[in-house]
Design a protein around this ligand. Structure first.
Ligand code: DHB
Ligand code: FE
Length: 282
């Protein structure tokens, strides 16, 4: 069976793409953010995942407000990127893993998740930038991906409880995949931020740190909150932390525990409190 080796999570702010493109990683504004990654690069160099299941939210590139799936799973052999308006360079296409996609899709449908299956899927900054951050020296990340989109852009959103169940079911699907591949799960988005309205610029450090701590010690902690409570605590775009919850839930499959490889928290990049995390299953 496939081996679920661990989980990765990072913020996915578009400006990161510009900073990488312009080589600004060591400038004082950017360094505290990029400094969160080298220990995770070392770990990835050791554990070498073959496939990464990416929980992310599409921001209007592949799905727009007229058609908004709650959960959508990619089943393509390759995923192309386009700039959806941030002025950042377009990334080269990333390889898919249709075998694992279809296994996950079959398992999710069997467990009564009504997902959308996408044999063609464009991926935005929320998928491409994290791959660049975790594999900075590769033109294209040396992995196959299975992108799983969770709607956090148009209400009604899935509840934290539902997202946790989805993540756990994805973890169980990975562990029941008849393959010798090494699989990691990845979450992108968060932590607290709000880009519009009266609370634009809202950041909640106390909540973020408790959430980060829960990733290690109490994975179901965030499931106590309704989506509106998550918005209140983390901001309208801070609800992207639902992706982190799905990633963490996947790692509980089969009764696995986790060991923290590394984490980093830095305020601000753009309007966002940034978080980075790697967890290894034990
Ligand atoms: C920003 C953050 C996001 O999560 C996003 O998708 C777009 C922009 C920002 O902080 O600028
Ligand atoms: Fe976002």
């Amino acid at each position: 069976m496939a081996l679920l080796i661990g989980g990765l999570a990072t913020s996915h702010i578009p400006a990161i793409g510009g900073a990488i493109h312009k080589g600004k990683q060591n400038e004082p504004y950017w360094k505290p953010f990029f400094d969160g990654f080298p220990p995770i690069h070392q770990w990835l160099g050791k554990v070498k995942p073959d496939v990464v299941v990416v929980f992310y939210n599409d921001h209007g590139l592949n799905f727009f407000l007229d058609k908004m799936p709650t959960f959508a799973v990619g089943a393509a052999a390759s995923y192309s990127n386009a700039d959806e308006g941030w002025g950042i360079p377009t990334s080269a296409p990333v390889a898919g893993c249709p075998e694992l996609s279809w296994h996950i899709i079959n398992q999710l449908i069997a467990k009564e998740f009504d997902i959308v299956t996408c044999q063609e899927m464009l991926v935005d900054h929320a998928c491409t930038l994290p791959l660049k951050l975790f594999w900075p020296n590769d033109e294209v990340a040396p992995v196959q991906i299975v992108p799983i989109d969770i709607n956090t852009v148009q209400f009604p959103l899935p509840t934290a409880k539902r997202v946790y169940k989805l993540g756990k079911a994805v973890g169980e699907a990975i562990q029941s995949w008849a393959s010798d591949k090494r699989v990691a799960v990845m979450a992108t988005g968060g932590l607290s931020h709000q880009l519009e309205g009266e609370r634009a610029g809202f950041i909640n450090k106390a909540f973020d740190l408790q959430f980060l701590d829960s990733m290690e010690t109490n994975p179901e902690w965030a499931t106590q909150f309704s989506d509106l409570e998550l918005v209140e605590n983390a901001g309208t775009q801070g609800v992207e932390l639902l992706m982190w919850l799905a990633m963490r839930a996947a790692l509980t499959a089969g009764g696995s525990g986790v060991r923290k490889v590394h984490s980093n928290y830095h305020i601000p990049i753009s309007n966002t409190a940034t978080g980075v995390l790697a967890l290894e299953t034990v």
